[in-house]
Design a protein. Structure first.
Length: 100
């Protein structure tokens, strides 16, 4: 299932991670594990944030994927199902063709 992970990183923890190189390593490890369709980074709600769209094969993957962000950067994380344009069109077509 295509999902989007949104993470807000604690400023002090992220500052330390930048100085030590831990933030770059954590992001690199996450990108290698997720092989994302898209990844974006920037400020949001006053803190460093990331948005990553990827295929989540099984929800049991989430603890291993997010633990570094929680433990090292005191991240606030949300994971939500998302669709691209093709998915939306397919869903609407299925909805329109079903009785009721």
């Amino acid at each position: 299932m295509r999902v989007m992970l949104r993470a807000h990183l604690d400023t002090a923890a992220a500052n330390e991670g930048i100085k030590s190189g831990a933030l770059v390593q954590a992001v690199k490890k996450l990108m290698e594990a997720l092989k994302p369709e898209a990844a974006y980074f920037g400020p949001h709600e006053g803190v460093r944030s990331m948005w990553v769209v990827f295929d989540l094969q099984d929800s049991s993957q989430l603890p291993a994927l997010t633990e570094d962000l929680f433990m090292q950067f005191n991240a606030e994380i949300e994971v939500s199902p998302v669709m691209n344009g093709e998915d939306l069109a397919k869903g609407i077509a299925a909805m329109q063709s079903s009785p009721g």
